[in-house]
Design a protein around this ligand. Structure first.
Ligand SMILES: Nc1ncnc2c1ncn2[C@@H]1O[C@H](COP(=O)(O)OP(=O)(O)OP(=O)(O)O)[C@@H](O)[C@H]1O
Length: 302
């Protein structure tokens, strides 16, 4: 394992008196695809801008590829592919001229891949930028982020405005980048697309990290509903106080409860009887994330 690709410690940004980001601690490992989720105004774009030294932190530190984004901006520019939420380019030029210029800012790196990437995304290279739809402008941003095969891709809402077919192409490109060893940090509002490509997901809310884990672990830590049926009536007292078990209801030979974490203790208790049926209802992914978006405030009020 090489050096951690992004290390943010107590990263904080206030805009005047307004909170942008409130003490973010986050480590992104080499070669992982990290999905960065959160509701509007959570601080996703603020985080991304801090990683790139487009804005300066009020407090805390961040290192990217082992370097300081402020002191090492030029070196990092060649090693990072950045897709901003709002790509600003000279709209009088054609797609070709614009991408060629962006390549020249990186010493020409990636110029030879422009044609192939544009073709793959269905982007007309001779079109003037000003004539492009929102989705086609987004493709220009994607091409310039990927063309020099950077070690780190930082993508702010990359699929905004793309039609479903192009979204699939884009997700395949993320997969290929990860396969060649690149690290991908990508913000999104779309759970399913993040789930399709991300190794882990970070969820931020009100400028703070509220969860950071794999989808599987987040699901495992969620509350499931379990319905058990037996050949004969059971005494709910036998199940009360088992690890992770709450909201117990017994009705004759049926037992219903909520379960958090491992089902092991519950299953061991159940198999003291003859079990005739078990149904465990997983929370829908949307519900799971909704609980992170709207649940109680994080305890650590810095
Ligand atoms: N330049 C700015 N001046 C003042 N406040 C700002 C500025 N940029 C962001 N903010 C505030 O900081 C907070 C975080 O904004 P940010 O754009 O980082 O959120 P986000 O998670 O990217 O949201 P979205 O999903 O809507 O893009 C918001 O309350 C926003 O109003």
């Amino acid at each position: 394992m090489g050096v951690d690709v992004i290390v943010a410690e107590n990263l904080t940004k206030t805009y005047g008196g307004r909170r942008g980001l409130a003490g973010l601690d986050l480590v992104v490992r080499p070669g992982e695809v990290l999905g960065f989720l959160g509701p509007n105004g959570a601080g996703k774009t603020t985080t991304i801008r801090l990683l790139l030294d487009l804005i300066r932190p009020t407090a805390g530190t961040v290192r990217v590829l082992g370097l300081d984004p402020r002191a090492d901006a030029v070196a990092l520019n060649r090693r990072i592919g950045y897709l901003p939420g709002d790509l600003v380019v000279d709209s009088r030029h054609t797609v070709e001229t614009c991408l060629g210029f962006l390549a020249s800012l990186r010493g020409g790196a990636g110029r030879d891949r422009i044609g192939a990437l544009a073709g793959r995304l269905g982007l007309e290279r001779s079109a003037p930028i000003r004539s492009l739809s929102k989705g086609n402008r987004q493709k220009v941003g994607i091409v310039q982020a990927f063309m020099h095969e950077p070690e780190l891709l930082i993508l702010d809402e990359p699929t905004a405005g793309l039609d479903p077919l192009v979204q699939q192409t884009f997700l395949a490109m993320v997969g290929e980048a990860a396969a060649r060893g690149a690290t991908v940090f990508m913000s999104s509002h779309v759970l399913t697309e993040v789930e399709a490509v991300a190794d882990r997901v970070a969820i931020i809310r009100d400028g703070r990290l509220v969860a950071l884990d794999t989808f599987a672990a987040l699901r495992a830590s969620a509350v499931r509903r379990v319905d058990l049926t037996f050949t004969e009536p059971v005494d709910p007292a036998e199940f009360a106080g088992l690890p992770g078990v709450t909201d117990l209801h017994a009705d004759g030979a049926s037992l219903r409860c909520h379960l958090t974490g491992s089902p092991d203790a519950l299953l061991r208790a159940a198999t003291r009887h003859t079990v005739t049926g078990i149904v465990a209802t997983e929370p829908a992914l949307e519900d799971l994330f909704h609980s992170y978006y709207t649940g109680p405030e994080p305890i650590d009020a810095r």
